[in-house]
Design a protein around this ligand. Structure first.
Ligand code: 2RA
Length: 339
């Protein structure tokens, strides 16, 4: 016996990946419903070798359904997630709405799977894409040598901001080779083609952006509230795949070779780390993979207990859809126990 699953926001980048990953990981699905806003009503989406027609989120009854994977914005989540949860359907939400709610566990299964037992609202939150891949790498190192401080610079692909972001990069790039057609910035504050933009989400009082604040707050909630994090989040002209340059300061010295061995043995991680041409992973190579790739592991000799590493992952997968499905797998094993 399997689960009755709902995918909310099934026509977006993340919703479609959720369907792909449910199928690829052979999640025990007895029945599946795909929901979309009225605007996308009736759109067909693939689930394995099936084609499903989207139903109207506004009128859908979640009663009798086991798990709802939400891949819609905070506004729609705010309206419909409580309804689903009240109807007895566990919500796994990819928006930022519930991530900082003390009554809602924020989960990356490789780090804190047991937090599923802390659910108080029948809702579980999925972390921000840039956080998810980073904490997969931090957790095993923190368990070995306790992390004091993390300095991270991200190189985030345009798929993080949805189809519009991808379309803008595509149109602006074409326009560079076809001067007659000018494509002014719309989704982003400045041109993204052949450029990088040090601004994701809104600016906060202290001069950081909300995307950077998310990495700080979520790392503390998922791994350890004592870890100090400072982030600079940058949008880059890449379609899919986030990359991060991570500098870590530990309480105790951790040798680079031991760090490499720990990461090699850790769940969800693939270490590709050779000090030669091409001995590292780039975003282009991570697309479609489940792994969080780690390269460029090396001591930071400017401080006593420092380490640098390079972290790359498919932001639509580990950064969103895969992590959500992995939470559903834990939920099934630990709580719902069907399937
Ligand atoms: C981004 N992390 O990359 C944000 C939302 N997915 O745009």
């Amino acid at each position: 016996m399997g689960y009755r699953i709902v995918v909310v926001g099934a026509t977006g980048n993340v919703g479609r990946e959720m369907l792909n990953i449910l199928d690829e990981r052979e999640f025990p699905v007895d029945e599946i419903a795909v929901l979309a806003s009225r605007r996308s009503l009736g759109t067909e989406v693939s689930f394995g070798d099936k084609t499903l027609k989207t139903q109207d989120l506004a009128t859908f009854d979640f009663t009798g359904w086991d798990i709802a994977l939400f891949a819609v914005g905070s506004e729609a989540t705010k309206e419909f997630a409580p309804k689903a949860a009240k109807a007895g359907c566990v919500v796994i939400d990819n928006s930022s709405l519930y991530r900082y709610d003390p009554d809602v566990p924020l989960i990356v299964p490789e780090c804190n799977a047991s937090a599923v037992h802390e659910m108080k609202k029948n809702i579980i939150a999925n972390p921000n894409c840039s956080t998810a891949q980073m904490v997969v790498a931090l957790k095993p190192l923190h368990d070995r040598a306790r992390i004091k401080r993390v300095v991270v610079s991200t190189y985030q692909s345009v798929s993080g901001s949805g189809k519009e972001g991808m379309d803008e990069l595509w149109e602006q790039t074409k326009a560079v080779y076809n001067p007659v057609s000018d494509v002014p910035p719309k989704k982003y504050p400045k041109e993204i083609a052949f450029n990088v933009i040090p601004h994701i989400d809104v600016f906060l009082e202290d001069g950081s952006t909300k995307e950077e604040w998310k990495m700080v707050a979520e790392t503390k909630k998922i791994v350890d509230k004592s870890i100090k994090v400072t982030a600079t989040c940058v949008r880059v002209p890449v379609f899919v795949g986030h990359a991060e340059a991570i500098n870590i300061e530990f309480e105790d010295f951790l040798d680079e070779d031991e760090a490499r061995d720990i990461l090699r043995e850790s769940p969800g991680i693939m270490v590709i780390d050779k000090r030669e041409d091409g001995g590292y992973v780039t975003p282009k190579e991570c697309v479609g993979d489940f792994a969080t790739f780690i390269s460029r592991i090396r001591q930071d000799s400017t401080i006593d207990n420092g380490l640098n590493l390079w972290c790359v992952s498919d932001n639509l997968r580990k950064g969103a859809a895969l992590n959500a499905v992995q939470i559903a797998e834990v939920l099934g094993r630990e709580i719902l126990k069907k399937g």
